[in-house]
Structure formats: structure tokens, C-alpha cells
Design a protein around this ligand. Sequence first.
Ligand code: FES
Length: 118
Amino acid sequence: MKQKQRYPAGPANIQPGERRIITIKNRSVGVFCIDGDYFALLNFCPHMAGPLCEGPVTGTVLHTDKREFIYGRDNELVRCGWHGWEFEIKTGKCTVDERMQARTYAVVEEDGELFVEM
Ligand code: FES
């Protein structure tokens, strides 16, 4: 198996709800922070190739057994700006269509700096 390489992704100061878009090996990648941990997604929406990571970072409506709308998971999803599909930042899973999956990358923090592994 091919060894993954680490690529610099800037200082570890991304705030919840924000993202940093970087380019690694000609790929646009979004780096996000959730509860102090960092995650990266390919900036490419698997629906119709929109710039996924440039959309709003948001939460979503939670599933309940009652007829009510409860907002939760704040800052854990990114909503593609083209058609509004939501994707989990941690896993890349789409909340609209479970067959859709955004590409994810591991992010490591070392001495206050972030590195994306790919
Ligand atoms: S291209 Fe992203 S939701 Fe359609």
C-alpha cells in the first residue's frame, strides 16, 4: 500500500463555522474545525461537481419521532452552494442521498500547524 504524504494546511486556528480552502497536488481541499478537531474534504460535490467546501457550514434538522423540527449538529455539516445538499464534514456522507459521499482526508495537528494526509 502506498504511504500517505503530509501536506501543510496552515496554522491550527480555524474557528468553528469557518473553513480554509487550500490546494494540494492540484486539488482544492477544504479544512474545517469541529470541537477542536480538524477535518478535510475535497472541494468537489459528488452531486454535480459544485465547489462543496465553499458553501455555508451549518447544522441540520434532527430526526425525531414527533412532528417537530429540532435544529442540531451546528457546524458539523457543509451545504453545497449549488443545490443545497448537505454533507457531514467528519465523514463526507450526504444527508440527502446516502449513496453520495464526498472525499475526505485525515488532518493532523503538529506544533500548532495543520497537515492534510493524502
Ligand atoms: S452540485 Fe452540490 S448539491 Fe448539486
